[in-house]
Design a protein around this ligand. Structure first.
Ligand code: PEP
Ligand code: MG
Length: 326
């Protein structure tokens, strides 16, 4: 077992028919980042910046944010780091007075990019810190809770201003900072062809996408199996997002918990995904699952998967395609 894991550390995330799948890490602590690096993650696919704001009574200033982002960038030694702008929301309460726990429907409230565009002072500070960190290694910016192209254009405009200002002050920055949208609001998934031009890349946040598609609170234990990615509607939306990305040559990652489940790797590959971002603790297991998959075969079986009419049907599809143990 241990020997197999050690071997896996050195092996690529390559399917049996020779296609490399990009495995990124979701990382927020220094420990996560160093694990991700040691296990050969392609980069950091999701750096949740909320944790800098959680548990502190004062907002982190530009310098504190810059130091935190630079630390991750340096630790990844040249691999891409995807920094998500602040996504405080119902499930991410804080002590800073920014979390909106008192809203009647906090999950549907002022969170993610919505809050950032109302509190542009916070967004500018954060983007300045990110821009400065980009002088130390490749960085891209991920925008949470996007529901329209206007939001993406607004963030891009502010980022362009911030980059200009930071450079004029003499800071090194990357020549380019790709900006991507989290696809986690169903409307964004459906309207994506109309604003894909505002995105350099996409990252599907299935935790929220499932919650909003199924009208099932992701934190509500009593809902049980009503909250599940194994719903035909979820697969259909995922497939659609991947298609739009492919058509426009924009990379698509899945960064929700679904990407950390080795049993679901065949399903994600069948839907056309070639990039996943997951907790570093699961990197080797997911890599192992990838290595058991035949991508050509799975894609040929995608239509059968998309024809499944229920969770049971999706589970039957998965059961017959379980990766063989090696
Ligand atoms: C998601 O919604 O799937 C996601 C990755 O973001 P978070 O869990 O931080 O909302
Ligand atoms: Mg989310």
């Amino acid at each position: 077992e241990q020997r197999q894991r050690n071997r896996l550390r050195r092996e690529p995330a390559r399917t049996r028919d020779g296609v490399d799948i990009k495995l990124w890490a979701n990382a927020e602590t220094v420990a996560d980042v160093s694990t991700a690096h040691a296990l050969g993650a392609a980069g950091v696919g999701l750096y949740r910046t909320e944790f800098l704001f959680l548990g502190s009574r004062t907002l982190p200033d530009e310098e504190a944010q810059f130091r935190a982002y630079r630390e991750v960038v340096l630790a990844m030694t040249g691999r891409m780091v995807t920094i998500r702008t602040l996504d405080l929301g119902a499930d991410k309460a804080d002590g800073t007075g920014l979390a909106l726990r008192d809203e009647p429907n906090p999950a549907l409230g002022l969170r993610g990019v919505r809050l950032s565009l109302v509190r542009q002072d916070l967004l500018r500070t954060q983007l300045r810190a990110i821009a400065r960190a980009s002088g130390y290694g490749p960085v891209r910016v991920l925008v949470p809770m996007v529901s329209s192209g206007e939001e993406m254009r607004a963030v891009r405009r502010i980022l362009a201003e911030v980059l200009d200002a930071v450079r004029q002050e003499g800071h090194e920055t990357a020549a380019e900072l790709p900006v991507g949208a989290m696809i986690e609001v169903p409307a964004a998934a459906l309207a994506l062809p109309g604003f894909i031009d505002t995105c350099d890349f996409l990252s599907v946040g299935t935790n929220d996408l499932v919650q909003y598609l199924l009208a099932a609170d992701r934190t509500h234990e009593a809902l049980g199996e009503l909250y599940t990615p194994l719903h035909p509607a979820v697969l259909k939306v995922l497939r659609g997002v991947v298609r739009v990305g492919q058509t426009h040559g924009k990379p698509v990652t899945v960064c929700g918990e679904i990407a950390a489940d080795p049993a679901l790797v065949p399903l994600l590959l069948a839907l056309g995904l070639t990039e996943l971002s997951l907790h570093p603790a699961m990197l080797l297991d997911v890599r192992h699952a990838v290595r058991g998959c035949d991508l050509g075969q799975l894609r040929a079986q995608a239509s059968a998967l998309l024809r499944a009419r229920s969770r049971a049907g999706i589970e039957r599809w998965l059961a017959t395609r379980a990766a063989p143990a090696t």
